[in-house]
Design a protein around this ligand. Structure first.
Ligand code: ADP
Ligand code: MG
Length: 327
């Protein structure tokens, strides 16, 4: 009898501790997960732990959903299926993928082709982890397949075809930005008012950090542990493209993951490009485009784009700013 009572008391104490341990108060809830080949980091102000956990899961599930849809490394992804079939027939795809590809070609037109998702026609031959790059002959053979003009759209049926079987697309320069925009929209819908969502170099911000701005850093391209610039930001988004994310060196040359659609090779005029603007999808694509365009053309492009700003670090480590930041 005594033992039963003791057990009962023990288990009630245990339950009480559990309940107290379960945050019933508003707080910051933080989540990190490896998805889309990068670290997804989120910080969310929520009313209680349950809401905080739910919000973190919402963000991570959205990232995973887009990864399954758009990863070139997953053979069943819609993107891989499109790449495998679109030279033979018009392929029917989801409106989400169709719209993002259409948007990408629109950005190609506005960036003199510097942003071009068909870079992958050559780009698929690079493997940065294994230090593999295409030969000059391979590049020459495939370079003509790099052009967004090779993508044909059938608007009503949401079907896409490619001009020939050398054409491939890759959304690595825009999909993470799209995912961040989606995640922020989902958090807003569930009533969250303060949040940060980062996917690799792409960050989206919902509101402020409760009375203070978010402080978002631009990493020093040559020192992982240093920030080159820190910006106070509220209710906006920011993306950085750098030559340090995926690269290898060979014979003193740096081969990295941002390719010029004109040469099929990586570009070296700048080390990093940061775009600040309201839509993460655009920030992501624009940061890649400006990286390819270089300082002068890149700053001109951003100066013509209302609501968007740029900070460039060139290969001499000098910083350049678009007109609204150049105070
Ligand atoms: P990340 O955030 O992954 O560092 P970036 O925004 O810097 O990405 O974009 C680099 C990625 O964009 C590359 O890994 C590749 O998938 C894709 N990419 C590379 N060159 C181009 C280009 N000229 N146009 C469009 N996408 C590109
Ligand atoms: Mg980008």
């Amino acid at each position: 009898m005594n033992r039963v009572v003791k057990r009962l008391i023990e288990s009630s104490i245990f339950l009480l501790v559990c309940t107290l341990g379960f945050h019933a108060k508003a707080d910051w809830y933080v989540g990190d997960r490896g998805i889309m080949g990068t670290n997804i980091h989120t910080e969310i102000w929520a009313d209680n732990q349950q809401q905080g956990q739910q919000a973190i899961e919402l963000v991570m599930n959205e990232m995973e959903r887009i990864n399954q849809l758009m990863s070139p490394y997953i053979p069943q992804s819609e993107l891989s299926q499109l790449n495998a079939r679109a030279a033979k027939e018009a392929v029917s795809i989801s409106s989400e993928l169709y719209d993002l590809i259409k948007l990408s070609t629109g950005i190609s037109e506005e960036t003199e082709g510097a942003f071009d998702i068909t870079f992958a026609s050559v780009g698929f031959l690079y493997n940065y982890r294994e230090q593999i790059k295409p030969s000059t002959q391979q590049i020459d053979n495939l370079l003509a397949a790099v052009s967004y003009r090779h993508i044909q759209f059938e608007k009503d049926s949401k079907r896409i075809s490619f001009a020939n079987d050398k054409v491939k697309i890759d959304l690595g320069g825009i999909a993470k930005g799209h995912a961040v925009d989606n995640a922020i929209a989902l958090l807003r819908q569930m009533g969250i008012e303060h949040a940060l969502v980062t996917a690799g170099g792409d960050t989206g911000l919902l509101g402020d950090r409760r009375g203070r701005p978010w402080m978002v850093g631009i990493r020093d391209p040559r020192n992982r542990d240093r920030q080159a610039v820190v910006l106070p930001l509220v209710d906006t988004a920011m993306s950085t493209s750098g030559d340090y994310e995926r690269f290898f060196e060979d014979n003193g040359e740096r081969y990295h993951h941002i390719l010029s659609p004109k040469s099929g090779k990586s570009v070296s005029e700048v080390q990093s490009v940061t775009i600040v603007g309201p839509r993460s999808t655009f920030n992501d694509a624009l940061s890649t485009a400006v990286f390819v365009l270089g300082v002068k053309k890149g700053i001109n492009l951003v100066n013509r784009t209302p609501g968007y700003d740029v900070i460039i670090m060139d290969n001499q480590r000098k910083l350049h700013y678009s007109k609204d930041l150049d105070l």
